[in-house]
Design a protein around this ligand. Structure first.
Ligand SMILES: NC(=O)c1ccc[n+]([C@@H]2O[C@H](COP(=O)([O-])OP(=O)(O)OC[C@H]3O[C@@H](n4cnc5c(N)ncnc54)[C@H](OP(=O)(O)O)[C@@H]3O)[C@@H](O)[C@H]2O)c1
Length: 335
């Protein structure tokens, strides 16, 4: 079977290798990967990782199960869990030891072998391309919205930019009956977000002091929750427009890192909660919510397996909205 392997020289070093067909040991399953998707993290990993199959996100069909496997059968459509061993409860340091496409080989391969507990059933009726969008960006947005403070219907969520996490944040926020404010560098992208249901949209390029517009849009109170993916250029502004007692889910730093004064947070008695993807239990909750509230992930573009380098460059260019996908095997809809 073929897999892409990183060689330590960035995106240019990503190359296809022929590797042995995986076979399942006790408690393991083999997944024929139908599709994978890219995350900002994968750009960072590509800079340094060597001899590693990249990408945390992939979905496909189970082709073989090892001895003692219960609850997963040949023919099941599944997605891999970002943290292979974080089943439930709080995250622990040991969970980092099995993060797909980071500390262990990932999903950019025609076939992978995973612990049976490291996969979850894909949403009903979703293609592998669709299910491959969920493990990192989808679950991170879900965790940020659902696992922190309890939000009452009508509470307001701030979403920064129109990348994978933020667009899932918009879709799940709507599912949960929340009001949404979304920022972007592009008016065209903001128009798309309004079509998707965003209540308030703000161009952060033309309105550098966008936190004032967020306050205005919330009657001066501030938002209940921020999905903070921006980092250096955004966190201080997010703190300035979070309501008293509100929460900032600290997720990422697409705009880099910068020293931050935490006192505005204290003044508002607000909470800063680090969010790191999510557990298997959160993943199955998310899939159950999708099954009960039909939706479709926003896929910007699908690249072929041998176009993986182009897919990385497309993500790096930030012209995308939502998710960038790489098709791997033949696509089929689950029955
Ligand atoms: N902690 C976790 O578990 C976790 C999980 C997933 C992702 N992350 C992190 O979250 C971040 C987003 O990941 P992703 O995969 O969703 O990224 P992505 O799809 O590559 O999103 C990139 C988008 O970020 C927006 N952006 C860039 N600079 C911005 C700024 N100054 N203010 C607001 N938005 C800005 C841009 O949107 P516009 O083009 O619309 O301006 C850009 O297209 C990354 O830092 C990633 O590492 C963390």
């Amino acid at each position: 079977m073929r897999a892409h392997v990183l060689s330590g020289s960035g995106i240019n070093g990503l190359a296809i290798r022929e590797l042995p067909e995986p076979t399942p040991g006790p408690g393991e399953v083999v997944v024929l990967v139908g599709a994978t998707s890219l995350n900002f993290r994968d750009l960072l990993i590509a800079r340094g990782a060597t001899d590693r199959i990249p990408l945390s996100d992939g979905a496909g069909v189970v082709s073989a199960v090892g001895e003692g496997v219960r609850g997963v059968s040949v023919g099941d459509h599944v997605a891999g869990c970002f943290f292979q061993h974080w089943l439930d409860g709080r995250i622990e340091a040991r969970h980092h030891d099995a993060a797909l496409g980071g500390s262990v080989d990932g999903m950019l391969a025609e076939a992978v072998v995973l612990p049976a507990a490291g996969v979850v059933a894909a949403p009903r009726g979703w293609s592998d391309e669709q299910s491959a969008t969920l493990p990192c960006a989808g679950l991170t947005a879900w965790n940020a919205l659902v696992e922190g403070q309890r939000l009452r219907p009508g509470a307001t969520v701030l979403l920064l930019g129109t990348g994978g996490v933020s667009v899932f944040g918009l879709q799940f926020a709507q599912m949960l009956g929340l009001r949404t404010i979304m920022t972007s560098s592009s008016d065209d992208k903001l128009a798309r977000m309004r079509d998707l249901g965003a209540d308030v949209t703000i161009n952060y390029r033309t309105h550098e002091e966008w936190q004032h517009l967020v306050l205005e849009a919330t009657g001066g109170a501030g938002v209940d929750l921020v999905l903070e993916v921006g980092g250096g250029q955004t966190l201080a502004r997010s703190m300035a427009c979070t309501r008293f007692g509100g929460e900032i889910a600290l997720i990422g730093m697409v705009s880099g890192q910068a020293p931050i004064d935490p006192f505005p947070l204290l003044g508002r008695s607000a909470t800063l909660r680090g969010v790191y993807v999510g557990s298997r239990r959160m993943f199955t909750d998310m899939v159950a919510a999708i099954d009960a509230n039909p939706m479709e992930p926003v896929i910007d573009r699908v690249f072929a397996f041998d176009e993986a380098q182009d897919a990385y460059r497309h993500l790096r260019g930030q012209s995308h909205v939502g998710k960038v996908v790489i098709a791997v095997g033949s696509q089929s809809l689950p029955a």
